[in-house]
Design a protein around this ligand. Structure first.
Ligand code: ASP
Length: 341
């Protein structure tokens, strides 16, 4: 059951972060040969961080937050490029195949650990085709609906979707996205199969939710907090064991009657396999600096999240998390019987 086709088209949007002088950076380095030489001279040109979802969505938001202080620390510009499609797998695949020189980096989320269980022909292996740089943040999700969607609580939502399964639409950012995963958990907890509407990211999905074109979805607080506070969407619950400080009135899924629905969206930075360890180390150090930046901490707090502790912004902690999550989600997804193309 539940076979879907992923969207393989990629849309690209670019932004440049950090107006740091390249001349200054180059004079510090003295060249860009391959191997250890390149690592010693690193970085001496712009670094691109690929975001595998739409601009304006939660993964994009977190990336742009940390890019500025990372660029400052590294002394070069950071370009954020959105390579959308197939629940984040198009952008991840691009980075897996990129030159391992530290100038192409990926920001991904929990989807890195769910996609292998969903796609038969993913084209990359998370543990084998990437170097982990470090974890970034772990973000609660919210279950939100268009403002005039009838159910008033999570329990009512459950009953409503069961009674109207042929009509209700559930938005997500494609197979393998966090929103897809959370939607899957919701449907499995509620014992219902709904019509899913895939987007290239939850940025545009939320726009459509506000506009009333789709009924409900799950998304990170880093995207939904503003619209919840502005009263533009209805919120049912946060998907974490504890309430979120920035949304104190919103119940947890456990409080709202659906304790089985628990998910938080961890983000991490990756480089292609074979990127020199010294380069990965420099990126990891810059990530730690960004996560200790007071503006980043404050911005994340406003959006219901926080940077991971410095000890988790390391390749070792990141690999351990990825490994554990690949195993966890492989089982849950196999039990749910869902695959993409
Ligand atoms: N929140 C999205 C997801 O469902 C991704 C995004 O647009 O950042 O995975």
């Amino acid at each position: 059951m539940g076979t879907f086709s992923g969207h393989r088209s990629a849309v690209r949007a670019i932004a440049v972060i950090g107006a740091i002088s390249l001349v200054a950076a180059c004079s510090e380095t003295g060249g860009g040969r391959a191997g250890t030489g390149a690592a010693r001279g690193y970085p001496n040109q712009n670094i691109t961080i690929i975001v595998p979802f739409s601009a304006g969505g939660p993964t994009d938001t977190v990336t742009r937050m940390i890019s500025e202080p990372m660029a400052k620390k590294l002394g070069v510009r950071i370009v954020v490029q959105n390579v959308e499609g197939a629940g984040g797998t198009v952008g991840a695949g691009d980075v897996a195949r990129a030159k391992p020189d530290g100038y192409t980096v990926l920001m991904h989320h929990i989807g890195m650990s769910t996609a292998p269980a969903l796609y038969k022909d993913l084209g990359y292996k998370p543990l084998e085709d990437f170097e982990t740089i470090g974890l970034v943040t772990e973000v609660p999700m919210t279950i939100v609906a268009r403002k005039d969607f009838p159910p008033a609580s999570l329990t009512e939502l459950e009953g409503y979707v069961k009674a109207n399964a042929d009509k209700v639409t559930l938005a997500n950012a494609g197979i393998g996205a966090a929103s897809h995963l959370c939607g899957l958990l919701f449907q499995s907890a509620a014992g219902v199969k709904l019509q899913e509407v895939p987007y290239q990211g939850t940025g545009p999905a939320l726009t459509d939710l506000v506009g009333g074109q789709v009924d409900f979805m799950c998304d990170q607080t880093t995207n939904t907090t503003g619209q919840i506070k502005a009263g533009k969407v209805k919120v049912y619950a946060v998907t974490t064991p504890q309430r979120v400080k920035s949304l104190p009135d919103v119940p947890t899924t456990a409080e709202a009657g659906l304790p089985a629905l628990q998910v938080s969206v961890w983000h991490g930075l990756y480089a292609p396999k074979g990127t020199p360890p010294e380069v990965v180390q420099k990126l990891s150090e810059a990530l730690k600096v960004a996560l200790a930046d007071q503006t980043v901490i404050d911005e994340m707090a406003k959006l219901g999240t926080a940077p991971v502790p410095a000890t988790d912004a390391t390749p070792e902690a990141h690999t351990a998390k990825l490994d554990e999550q690949l195993k966890t989600w492989a089982k849950i997804i196999a039990d749910a019987g869902v695959t993409a193309s």
